[in-house]
Design a protein around this ligand. Structure first.
Ligand code: GDP
Length: 422
């Protein structure tokens, strides 16, 4: 039994794409277990940047089979777009990309509903406006449409039209918004047809692979602090990002998970609204944003930046059962003279080491920082752990001491080769 789960230990955008791409060199199957096209996993190969939203990053390795699991929500229009983009790069998906028949479809009304709601609601979450939340809501309300239903186009159309009608009435009543035009339904159904040959019972596929001793990578999207249950609710995404989500989102037993790799950026970023205790105010944030090119891969939005928050990472290590950390973007800190790291919070005058469940409490915390010396040396060419500057190793060891998880992978640049395996 060999499943390795790749999970984000912060607020997403930790660089999971690169780590999944690297580890997929040693995998037979890469399976996405949560989220939808709100993810933007960036892989850089020979200087070329490829952004994947739905298709697992393993697709870029020849011979690797890719699965979009039942825990994912699928927009066929965007999937088609991605398959065409991959085709233009010479990457074929036929016969090696499988979409779970249990995965739910993101419908035109879901996209429209989210866009109208986010623009009218004072409590906007700051979502990617791609209909992810409403699609999961309909799944939970047991009225969603599943990918497997695409096999029966006439029935799918009837169900789709009924749901679209219902949502249009809701949009009109709640927000006075205009209906989704019927032409959108036709365009949508046209995009569903090419998905049909990719539909499979991916749970069966994965169970067979496990029985044959194949190596499976479970690719998480977003991060632990955006998890629907364990994140900073309500400023979260609508799916189970944590390692447990790999079990429910793929239909594989938790006992089949052998390893959990926690991808951790050397500092903190967040897209969207909600508290971010170590957030920079002013110029520091802009400096790091520019050094780390911290602009969303899906929306292009500037990411909020801050110092490494070990309260968040320590919490994520526990929730996910992280067996090893993959620390990314360490090179972004190259020029800093001093680096601060948050090791505890003060809430209402009391010091705590536990990450608060309540988002209003999190909004009130004062981070307690430890200052560590910077290394002021470019790391991009370093390939061996022992060749890292003393202060860089100190920084990584501090992360280990504070989180209880060992650092197994260090990333010092976006390229595949800019990686140190310990
Ligand atoms: P993901 O959603 O977790 O996969 O993260 P993203 O792909 O949105 O963001 C990571 C970005 O950082 C991408 O543009 C990567 O190419 C880039 N990246 C990944 N690792 C490193 C690294 O070690 N150093 C630098 N400078 N960039 C990196």
């Amino acid at each position: 039994m060999s499943i390795k789960v790749i999970v984000g230990t912060q607020w997403g955008d930790e660089g999971k794409g690169k780590i999944v791409d690297l580890l997929s060199a040693e995998a037979d199957i890469v399976a996405r277990y949560n989220g939808g096209p709100n993810a933007g996993h960036t892989v850089v190969i020979d200087g070329q940047e490829i952004v994947l939203h739905l298709v697992p990053c393993g697709v870029l390795r020849e011979g690797v089979v890719c699965v979009i699991g039942n825990g994912v929500v699928v927009d066929p229009l965007l999937l088609r777009h991605e398959v065409v983009m991959l085709g233009s790069l010479g990457v074929k998906v036929e016969g090696r990309l499988w979409v779970s028949e249990r995965a739910h479809l993101i419908l035109p009304c879901h996209v429209r509903y989210e866009q109208v709601k986010e623009h009218t609601n004072a409590g906007a979450i700051g979502t990617t406006l791609r209909g992810i939340g409403p699609a999961y809501a309909d799944k939970m309300e047991r009225q969603g449409l599943r990918v497997g239903e695409a096999r029966e186009p006439a029935q799918l159309r009837a169900k789709l039209e009924r749901l679209e009608g219902q949502k249009n009435r809701l949009l009109q009543a709640l927000f006075g918004a205009a209906a989704v035009p019927p032409a959108a339904v036709d365009a949508y159904l046209a995009a569903v047809a090419p998905v049909v040959p990719m539909i499979a019972d991916t749970t069966v596929l994965l169970h067979r692979a496990l029985a044959q001793g194949k190596r499976i990578l479970a690719e998480g999207a977003q991060g632990t602090l955006l998890d629907i249950d364990h994140g900073t609710y309500p400023y979260v995404t609508s799916s189970s990002c944590v390692s447990g989500g790999a079990s429910t989102g793929l239909g594989v037993p938790p006992t089949a998970i052998a390893e959990v790799i926690g991808v951790t950026k050397a500092y903190t970023t967040r897209v969207g609204n909600g508290p971010l205790p170590t957030e920079f105010v002013g110029e520091e944030g802009q400096r790091l944003r520019d050094l780390g090119r911290e602009y969303g891969a899906t929306t292009g939005r500037p990411r909020r930046c801050g110092w490494l928050d070990l309260m968040a990472v320590r919490y994520a290590v526990r929730v996910n059962g992280v067996s090893e950390l993959a620390v990314t973007k360490l090179d972004v800190l190259d020029s800093l003279e001093q680096i601060e790291v948050c090791t505890a919070y003060e809430i209402d005058g009391e010091r705590t080491l536990e990450f608060p469940a309540d988002v209003t409490a999190l909004g009130r915390v004062k981070p307690v920082y430890v200052a560590l010396p910077g290394w002021q040396t470019p790391l991009g060419q370093v390939r061996r752990f022992q060749d890292l500057p003393h202060n860089t190793r100190r920084y990584l060891e501090f992360m280990e001491e504070q989180t209880g998880a060992a650092v197994g992978i260090v990333s010092v640049g976006p390229g595949r080769e800019q990686t140190i395996f310990r």
